[in-house]
Design a protein. Structure first.
Length: 189
């Protein structure tokens, strides 16, 4: 049985961001509880600002980024953050040897927000906007469970785990659904 490779792309480039902590926890949970999948977080911090003039001779960082996505079976985005730049580079079909690296891939979204007041959405709005983009990229998104962490500054234990065990269960369920969707899509090809 081959391992299903999930590419983790965090919207925030800051090492200590709530979304970086959340995707790192998802990576740990995947390693601990989903034997048939591996979550590798892609570092896209070296991508230049998207510039169409560079498409014919893209920087090596762009080619490496696209290759990592092309070699993955599924995508996990952690948002909000400046994902648009990364998506712009990866979605250009004529850059590199991999063509359109997003089309047809299963995708899931997680996100964290600092607010813990009534009505805070824990990245819900950012996830909604990203979902609209995923439609244009021809990606197949997992809709449930929703992983929208509120009060993220206070949500993590010192070891990186979440204080809320139900939220951790939702992350594992979301990753399992991503694996199931990948298998379903692969069986129809």
């Amino acid at each position: 049985m081959s391992i299903i490779r999930i590419a983790g792309i965090c919207g925030s480039l800051r090492r200590e961001s709530c979304n970086q902590q959340l995707i790192l926890r998802a990576q740990q949970l995947c390693a601990e509880q989903i034997s048939e999948a591996r979550l590798d977080i892609i570092d896209w911090s070296q991508l230049p600002v998207y510039n169409q003039d560079l498409e014919n001779d893209p920087p090596k960082s762009v080619l490496k980024f696209k290759e990592e996505i092309a070699n993955s079976d599924a995508i996990l985005f952690a948002t909000p953050g400046p994902l648009k730049n990364a998506i712009d580079w990866a979605s250009r079909a004529k850059i590199g040897d991999h063509g359109d690296v997003f089309s047809g891939k299963p995708v899931a979204i997680i996100g964290a927000g600092p607010g813990s007041y009534p009505g805070s959405s824990g990245s819900g709005r950012a996830q909604l906007i990203l979902r609209q983009t995923l439609v244009a990229l021809n990606m197949i998104a997992i809709n449930s469970p929703s992983v929208m962490l509120t009060g993220a500054y206070e949500a993590f234990k010192e070891d990186g785990s979440l204080k809320n065990g139900v939220m951790e269960e939702k992350i594992v369920k979301l990753l399992k659904e991503l694996v199931i969707l990948h298998k379903r899509l692969k069986s129809t090809v």
